[in-house]
Design a protein around this ligand. Structure first.
Ligand SMILES: *[C@@H]1O[C@H](CO)[C@@H](O)[C@H](O)[C@H]1NC(C)=O
Ligand SMILES: *[C@@H]1O[C@H](CO)[C@@H](O)[C@H](O)[C@H]1NC(C)=O
Length: 213
């Protein structure tokens, strides 16, 4: 009986030590360790200050002139915003130039967008291949359910500004075109697995820095 209790207690301790968000108020990221599936290890609470819970980077427009897509995503996630580590939330600022897009992408968790300025068409593709898309104006919000491919296109006359909130401190963004074009897979394998032709694959690799072959 005592032995059973001891085992139960041990299991409970392991569970509790893995569930820091349940037993602690917060777990500010300690950047001297690598991030893992549960986030960063916690900084010693004695060294935590209010500044760990404040992030000022989203007040500044992203530079939309330096990408293929005429847009910029400025994330406030656990790698930059230590206080939200382990809490299951993050945000990002989207700046989309006239005619620009946030290209097709996915992440592990659901997202909500709110449009602050401009007019965009936002949408996602469900796992049965139904496309849900709509024109959104200032003040409109939309949900992109977890892991579904989604996008935003500026269809207005002015630069668009939107903020998104994501249900993870570390959402794991994957952009379809850049994922295809920035890896070291041989061109012939990418051709086979996508039905793109060699010229198109090489163009993507050239744009996104994948291996030349
Ligand atoms: C707390 O911060 C001080 C000075 O910034 C540092 O010397 C000390 O090692 C830190 N303590 C811990 C436990 O991280
Ligand atoms: C934006 O990026 C472009 C290309 O990288 C650069 O030439 C330009 O100076 C940047 N603009 C600002 C305001 O940083």
């Amino acid at each position: 009986m005592e032995k059973t209790k001891a085992i139960f207690f041990t299991i409970l301790c392991v569970f509790v030590s893995l569930s820091s968000a349940i037993v602690d108020d917060f777990c500010v990221a300690d950047y001297s360790f690598p991030v893992g599936p549960a986030g960063f290890p916690c900084k010693n609470p004695a060294n935590v200050t209010v500044d760990d819970f404040v992030f000022s980077g989203l007040g500044v427009s992203g530079n939309t002139s330096n990408t293929m897509f005429n847009s910029a995503v400025t994330p406030a996630i656990d790698t930059k915003f230590a206080g939200l580590n382990g809490l299951g939330i993050s945000m990002a600022r989207l700046d989309i130039g006239v005619g620009g897009v946030i290209p097709l992408h996915t992440h592990r968790v659901s997202e909500v967008i709110i449009v602050i300025d401009g007019t965009i068409i936002a949408g996602f593709i469900a796992s049965d291949n139904t496309a849900y898309f709509k024109k959104l104006n200032k003040g409109d919000m939309m949900i992109f359910p977890q892991s579904l491919l989604h996008f935003q296109v500026n269809v207005g006359e002015i630069p668009a500004l939107a903020f998104v909130s994501l249900a993870s401190a570390h959402p794991g963004f994957m952009f379809t075109s850049s994922s295809l074009g920035s890896n070291d897979l041989p061109t012939e394998i990418i051709e086979k697995i996508t039905l793109l032709d060699a010229k198109q694959v090489k163009e993507l690799k050239n744009i996104f820095g994948g291996s030349p072959n």
